[in-house]
Write a protein that binds this ligand. Structure first.
Ligand SMILES: C[S@@+](CC[C@H](N)C(=O)[O-])C[C@H]1O[C@@H](n2cnc3c(N)ncnc32)[C@H](O)[C@@H]1O
Length: 470
């Protein structure tokens, strides 16, 4: 019955509230309807794209009344580019919705008592906050409906972002509000130069072309790393492109390139060549220096990452005497950040290269009380590991979106550390894991942090303390 509703148009729905993943909720004949790209208060017509017995999903085909909560999107690429999907909602309201999402997920999934969720820590910069952008060259530019309707011929080469769900189509970006500094200028000048010189842009279907990908990374202190991926081994053209960037942008402190003839743009297994400058950039936090290489992960909003880490450290309540486990440590940033406030910190992470970075960063900062191990958490954090290391006073855990494996949660219950600080980029899986830990832990504090303004993503830190009876 519900499947038959596909493509039906539901008229005059009032959008009621925002649910998880940025989808909004309305109702039709008592059934929940999820709609994207709208705001609470909008009155809209919706075409059903998916019908299920318990809910419907739909896309807006007409807006009859705009919500008073709407604000004008500031980016000319809004709606086509998948980047900043919440620009139509004012920043203070985005923050309210994000905090509400945390409350909803804990009520719906964790079903445990929680203290009042603290006001979300909003970003002072809601644009130009990212330190990394990844652009794709393509010979198949996304054309707007107006361009197609005009019947004219347009330049088909593009340098920009993928259209959501269209791996082969790229939106040509003229200005991106996510990264400041020289980012926009580097991308635009490189594209113009390549067009003038007639260098080929990558054909994502045929898998050929010289220019393939451009990554720009930056630091709060103004260092810039530029990585160009080439799809062809053409030394003369590569030298030409790289020399152009070097001459045009003396501000680039790390100018790198990669020859990538694989089927995808990932380059963890490829050699990175240094054309000019250093092979890394350095981010700074409270006097600590973090070396970020082309393959290293670093939180993409460094200003808010600092606030996130401050929350984690405050929740941990360190006095200098504690043994801290930092699970899912990445390049060891949290571990190294708290090391001066603890007796010992042990970081565990899946990616071996990240653990190498973590060790380098500990060394660069003269930290001698950290230990780092690479391996899958559920295998590495076992009885044997625990017997060979001091028991933790505090566990800090920052898993990926999927949350923690059940075996890891079981091991945390066995470890029985007095405190667990759970940092998460997905409150739904965090709430699930908190429910599993609730036999022995209670939620003592909840602090959402906004790492990604203009998007529905929310980061959340929870302090769990061991129950007296457990
Ligand atoms: C959200 S990031 C944590 C980043 C880090 N705490 C930071 O602030 O930079 C999650 C990390 O978990 C790692 N990871 C994912 N699955 C894992 C697993 N099964 N075992 C160990 N680490 C894993 C990822 O490689 C990633 O570095």
């Amino acid at each position: 019955m519900s499947r038959k509703m596909k493509n039906q148009v539901l008229k005059g729905l009032t959008i009621e509230r925002i649910a998880s993943e940025g989808k909004c909720v309305s109702h039709h004949e008592g059934k929940v309807v999820f709609v994207s790209q709208v705001a609470p208060g909008d009155v809209v017509d919706v075409r059903v794209t998916k019908g299920r017995s318990s809910y419907l999903e739909g896309e807006v085909i007409q807006i009859h009344q705009y919500s008073p909560d709407r604000s004008d999107p500031f980016c000319s690429h809004f709606g086509v580019c998948g980047g900043c999907k919440w620009q139509h909602i004012s920043y203070p309201l985005q923050l309210n919705y994000k905090r509400q999402q945390v409350i909803d997920q804990f009520q719906r999934i964790a079903k445990v008592p929680i203290p009042e969720v603290k006001p979300i820590l909003g970003a002072s910069e809601s644009t130009y906050y990212r330190n990394k952008l990844d652009f794709t060259f393509s010979s198949n530019r996304w054309l707007t409906s107006e361009e197609i309707a005009s019947g004219e011929e347009f330049e088909r080469n593009a340098l920009g972002f993928h259209v959501p769900k269209r791996f082969d189509k790229i939106v040509d970006i003229s200005h991106c509000y996510l990264q400041g500094g020289i980012s926009n200028e580097v991308r635009n000048k490189l594209r113009d130069y390549a067009l003038t010189k007639g260098f080929s842009f990558y054909d994502l279907i045929q898998q050929q072309g010289l220019l393939r990908n451009l990554i720009i990374r930056s630091t709060l202190s103004g260092q810039t790393m530029v990585i160009v991926q080439f799809g062809e081994e053409n030394p003369e053209a590569i030298r030409d492109v790289m020399a152009f960037l070097q001459g045009e942008f003396p501000e680039i402190t790390s100018l790198l390139y990669i020859i990538n003839q694989k089927k995808n743009e990932t380059f963890h297994d490829l050699e990175v060549h240094t054309f000019a400058g250093k092979p890394y950039i350095e981010e700074e936090m409270e006097g600590l220096v973090f070396r970020v290489g082309p393959k290293s992960f670093y939180q993409t909003n460094p200003a808010q990452a600092h606030r996130l880490y401050q929350v984690a450290r405050d929740f941990a309540g360190l006095t200098g005497e504690e043994v801290v486990y930092d699970l899912y440590t990445g390049t060891g940033t949290i571990a190294n950040y708290v090391a001066k406030h603890a007796k010992q910190v042990i970081g565990i992470e899946y990616v071996e290269e990240a653990i190498i970075d973590a060790k380098i960063n500990a060394e660069v900062n003269g930290l001698e009380n950290t230990l780092f191990y690479a391996g899958d958490m559920k295998d590495l954090l076992n009885e044997d590991f625990i017997s060979r290391h001091a028991a933790p006073d505090v566990v800090i855990t920052d898993p990926p979106r999927a949350g923690m494996h059940e075996d890891v949660v079981r091991m945390l219950l066995k470890l029985a550390a007095p405190k667990i600080v759970y940092v998460s980029c997905n409150p739904a899986t965090q709430a699930r894991d908190v429910a599993l830990l609730s036999s022995a832990y209670e939620v003592a504090a909840v602090q959402p942090v906004d790492m990604f303004p203009q998007t529905y993503h929310v980061e959340n830190v929870v302090l769990l303390t061991k129950k007296d009876s457990a």
